[in-house]
Design a protein around this ligand. Sequence first.
Ligand code: ADP
Length: 631
Amino acid sequence: MPTETFEFQVEARQLLQLMIHSVYSNKDVFLRELVSNASDALDKLRLAALRDDAPDADVSDLHIEIEIDDDARTLTVRDNGIGMSYDEVGQLIGTIANSGTAEFLKELKDAEEAAEGLIGQFGVGFYSGFMVADEVTLLTRRAGEGHGTRWTSRGEGTYTLETVDEAPQGTSVTLHLKPADPENQLHDYTSVWKIKEIVKRYSDFITWPIRLVPEKQGDGDDPPEPETLNSMKALWARPRDEVSDDEYHELYKHIGHDWRDPLETIRLQAEGTFEYQALLFLPAHAPHDLFTRDFQRGVQLYVKRVFIMDDCEALLPPYLRFVKGVVDAADLSLNVSREILQQDRHIEMMRRRLTKKVLSTVKDMKAKDLEKYATFWREFGAALKEGLVMDAENREAILAVSSFASTHDDSEPTTLAQYVERMKDGQDDIYYLTGESRQSIENSPHMEAFRDRGIEVLLLTDPVDEVWVDAVGEFDSRKLRSVAKGEIDLDAKDDGKDESEREKQSEDFAGLLGWMREQLDEDIKEVRLSSRLTVSPACVVSDAHDLTPALENMYRAMGQEVPRAKRILELNPGHELVKGLNQAYKEREDRTGLADTAELLHGLAVLAEGGQPKEPARFVKLVAERMERAL
Ligand code: ADP
């Protein structure tokens, strides 16, 4: 087959541009990325061999090799792992599979900090070679296949692919190094010393030998033995005091495909009948796709130091899907499948223990390092709160580390326990309001009376909030109550207003309320007077046991049929507009115009809570008519 030239996919080209005009101060990490890929390829081949999936593969001496050629100024990283077929090279190396990438790249443009994160998140590891090389050649042969594939690119717009007859099993990546430029952190990567240093620093824990191919000697000399540069020790099996934080962090970067240090490292050694070691990490940044359906979750599973699978979802519950790490179990079959793991009793016990360990780590973090906890909560709180719904067993533990924005303080979130401590005399319930943003909630008419009376309200803005408050129901024997649901009677506690006055008011408005209910029958099941409002004329609320509109929308988005629940319209009897409406209702025989006003009032109430009037065009027309009349 002739050499064919292909264009990089648009996103891939953008990323390459980032690499070439290198956004990183630290270019050494290209080697970590290549070694990491090589290590993965060796893991995959060993696994295939274990499962008898690679009958023709040679697995006798799996390793990684680094070769320096001073004269040609090249550096080659070679592995004899699984390799890639012609088609795979095109797919894996020429494109970026992740669909979120394009979108992310748009946001990113020149933000360097974000660009660093990009590398890790989208696994563009291989491209990082272009930080230090002006041309990269990849030669690969898929284990068991007859011929190989050569891929070459200068990182500009195109790459070439060609089939080659002879190629060793596995993959070698050859970098044609740019001239060294120490001022820009571009070191001389033909330096043996430098390469040793980088491997030691970033890749020491890699479980495969990383060998340095010795320089060629004069004719006749015996070639010296290659030197192994890494210790290959599994970090999770080593005592805590023998391992530095940096070493843990490098392991995290390798398995978490992240560029940055983790927020927290968690070690767990379980002895007894079912032995295992776990090394888990809480990342410092939530991946952008954490809430998408195809988010890859789970930690790596090893069995007695042998890599078994990535993304082992059986080891942690879905709400901890952001946790990265390694679990190494002593007594599992090397052939264990995902299906078996889902049902295994030991795995189930392990999941429970690991879950508790993660939660207790967050709790410690909250007690000892508030700033760190705040970062954690900002990044992963929305995911963790899913556990309040799904994991009844750990609900208390999750609630204990959950914090929420509140009207008490603009910047500091509060726990439920702190809220309860601040509750006013006579206040029985914990109040909250859900919405799109803090601002929209704070401006919602439902808040008016609470603000007036200085009653604290939790401001909940994550989609999951609507769900967990229902599932949890109460805290410390106090009901969690939405200020936009059901009847809220703050006046009952208010000695200022007497009972008979309120009764008189009800009688006075009874006619209007009944008439309005009929007018708005399609959307409203009740019209009543409100004690929530001080400034706004009206608001809509949901019945105590009905779904809120946000929740209805969420179910619909998930493809579930839910009927639209009619809501309740509350009027502010102290508002001039409402008083006037009542007056007009009593005086007029012909109520046609009044019906439009009732409709408008309902529309205003919907708008005020961030919703949309049912027929926006009609709403606008009615408003415009009235404005015209007022001129
Ligand atoms: P990542 O490693 O984060 O997935 P890369 O761009 O580095 O991203 O690699 C893309 C894909 O190319 C890898 O997921 C892997 O399937 C394949 N690949 C890269 N290097 C090798 C290698 N040495 N051997 C086999 N496959 C490789």
